[in-house]
Design a protein around this ligand. Structure first.
Ligand code: SAM
Length: 215
């Protein structure tokens, strides 16, 4: 993963029409660490008004997802125009790609657990990164996490609970959200967990309206 990545200096320098979506419209939903893209393509149908971007650091896996979307677009003419994938390190370049408050949803599905304490700073949810996610998410937008690792789930909840710009969404409110079902069933990792009869733990947070008052 030590290659250098090209990235725009500012979001307005990004031309999304070149490789991603018609009309240079920017993405509104991120599937971070999308792997083989099961959720990315499922969300394209569930959220037809949104533009879904899978982000993946591995080159071969990204190419697999790209070809998967090309094939779906061919097979279902006019559909899947709102799904795309990009190879990048999402821990480094988010504010380069996405304008403030431009995203409606961000998904972290079965992220790498980085068990050892010395690797905890590499976890995709952290105090610093949550502030970046709050910056790119619109007020009332949602952040989704799911994992089969209880310890990592507890980490997600602890960090999101204590962040001033996120509040947890109740189970009853989530019952109506088709994305909650999708993240439990459509990612390749969730299917693997089901085959092994493992547990899945999820939490969903709202990016709250009010920026904290600085005195
Ligand atoms: N979300 C998928 C699923 O549920 O099937 C894949 C889960 S897999 C365990 C974690 C994925 O995150 C891997 O494909 C890995 O390459 C990717 N990844 C790890 N760090 C990343 C980063 N900094 N930026 C983008 N992708 C990353």
């Amino acid at each position: 993963h030590n290659d250098t990545f090209e990235y725009p200096l500012r979001p307005d320098q990004m031309d999304w029409s070149l490789e991603h979506y018609p009309n240079n419209s920017a993405p509104t939903v991120l599937d971070v660490g999308c792997g083989f893209g099961g959720l990315t393509v499922a969300l394209a149908t569930i959220l037809p008004e949104e533009r879904i971007l899978g982000m993946e650091i591995r080159a071969k896996v990204t190419e697999y997802v790209r070809l998967r979307i090309v094939a779906l677009r061919k097979e279902h003419l006019g559909q899947y125009q709102n799904a795309s994938v990009m190879r990048t390190n999402s821990m480094k370049f988010l504010p380069n790609y996405f304008a403030k408050h431009s995203l409606q949803k961000i998904f972290f599905c079965f992220p790498d657990p980085h068990f050892k304490r010395k690797n905890h700073p590499r976890r995709i949810v952290s105090e610093r990164l949550l502030s970046e996610y709050a910056y790119v998410l619109a007020p009332n937008a949602k952040l989704y996490t799911i994992t089969d690792v209880k310890e990592l789930h507890d980490w997600h909840v602890e960090h999101c609970d204590k962040h001033p710009l996120f509040e947890r969404i109740s189970e009853s409110e989530l019952a109506d959200d088709p994305c909650v079902k999708a993240m439990q069933t459509e990612t390749e990792e969730s299917k693997k967990v089901d085959r092994n009869c493992g547990n899945k733990y999820y939490a969903v947070y709202r990016r709250i309206q009010q920026d904290p008052v600085t005195v």
